[in-house]
Unconditional design. Structure first.
Length: 404
């Protein structure tokens, strides 16, 4: 079982991008150090003091160019956006246009040169040419951030479309539905007597972001069974807003049918429609990248959610590679269900206490009643354990009569 989980994790890591690290920073520092040491060793006339002064001059000239560019930005903000964006606050405009690191660098470079007796014309020429050259290169986009840098900023500051969609999907839907899914499955069992193969909500995430209106349209081995009881909540001014989840029957020629709750992640439909609208400026490559970021972000959110932990399963589908297999989706879901059957909950104690029959209840009759695979921890005790929320897993059972 550990081998299967490891293989699945490795397969996901081959597709889902991991967060970027600090390799560029380390490489830049190493290269800079090697260049400075090389200059110091090759030019015998350079003392340590002269080398520091030369570095200070270059720092001051470059930071001066950055400051001039910030002044140009400040001019735009002051003339056309001071009221709308900053409410007329000069302090906010200065924070938006100037970086403290650039100002500190320029001040340090200037202070290191105060010990020099004279400032020659060559030095002034160096400052003017360097700062204006930087300004022109920055204006023409030669020093602009490359796509990797833009992507890193968006990911680190949670500015991608995928981050907003993942949080909206969690706060506006999953956080409301998943915690009460166990109770909905219990109601379904009381009404129909059906036991599902898994009590988790299985969320399908195709990399192509193609989300059909009906799951059976993708695979004829999957057919709609019935809906769970409605979940009604007062939400954003709407009284008794209805949330639904559907049970699907997944068949295989060699095995008995499986029953579980399956649905697509609806925000992927938004990503797909954005890529089809030219005004959104969203390419096909951007769409795939955002789907992967959506999956990674949603997984991180749900893993940190005590209310949803162990009650969901994200299924990442590389549907573009499976165009020739008409039953790819059903086989993928069945594989995930079979994997769950062998899972061992790691957060439970090694030895659970034996259930103690309650007073007035026939112990023999209690054993003959039907059991369900719905997740609920059955430990009878003199006092209730439900004063605080607890995690549940898929592989502990509950007694039917105690929940009537």
């Amino acid at each position: 079982m550990y081998y299967v989980q490891t293989q699945v994790k490795m397969a996901e890591e081959c597709v889902v991008p991991r967060p970027r690290g600090h390799v560029p920073v380390v490489c830049a520092r190493v290269l800079s150090s090697l260049a400075l040491v090389t200059v110091w060793l090759l030019y015998s006339g350079f003392t340590m003091y002269k080398l520091i002064i030369l570095i200070a001059q270059v720092m001051f000239a470059l930071s001066l160019g950055v400051t001039l560019h910030s002044l140009c930005l400040l001019t735009e903000e002051w003339l056309f956006h001071s009221q709308q964006r900053y409410g007329g606050s000069i302090q906010q405009m200065l924070r938006a246009c100037f970086s403290r690191a650039h100002v500190v660098t320029m001040c340090v470079g200037f202070l290191l040169q105060l010990g020099q007796s004279v400032w020659t014309n060559e030095k002034w020429l160096l400052y003017v040419l360097t700062s204006t050259s930087y300004l022109l290169l920055k204006t023409f986009g030669c020093l602009g951030p490359v796509p990797v840098e833009i992507s890193e900023v968006c990911e680190s500051r949670k500015l991608n479309v995928a981050h907003g969609l993942a949080w909206s999907y969690y706060l506006g839907y999953l956080k409301l539905v998943i915690p009460v899914l166990e109770e909905q499955l219990r109601k379904h069992y009381n009404q129909n007597g059906e036991i599902l193969h898994s009590s988790r909500l299985h969320i399908l995430l195709p990399l192509s972001a193609v989300v059909p209106a009906k799951v059976e349209e993708e695979d004829h081995n999957i057919c709609f069974h019935q809906n769970l009881p409605d979940i009604q909540l007062n939400r954003a001014g709407v009284r008794n807003r209805i949330y639904k989840n559907s049970i699907y029957k997944i068949t295989d020629n060699q095995q008995e049918p499986y029953y579980c709750v399956v649905e697509y992640a609806t925000p992927l439909l938004t990503l797909y429609q954005m890529s089809q609208d030219s005004t959104a400026g969203f390419s096909k490559q951007d769409r795939r990248q955002q789907v992967l970021l959506f999956y990674r972000t949603l997984r991180q959110i749900l893993e940190c959610s005590l209310e949803c932990r162990n009650r969901y399963h994200l299924i990442l589908l590389d549907d573009q590679r499976a165009d020739g297999d008409p039953h790819y989706l059903s086989m993928e879901i069945i594989k995930q269900l079979q994997q769950q059957e062998h899972e061992i909950p790691m957060d439970l104690p090694e030895e659970l206490p034996q259930a103690v029959p309650e007073q007035g209840v026939n112990h023999i009759h209690q054993q003959e009643e039907p059991l369900s695979s719905l997740p609920s921890l059955m430990i009878s005790a003199p006092r209730s354990l439900r004063s605080e929320p607890v995690e549940t897993t898929d592989y502990t059972h509950y007694n039917h009569n105690r929940h009537r």
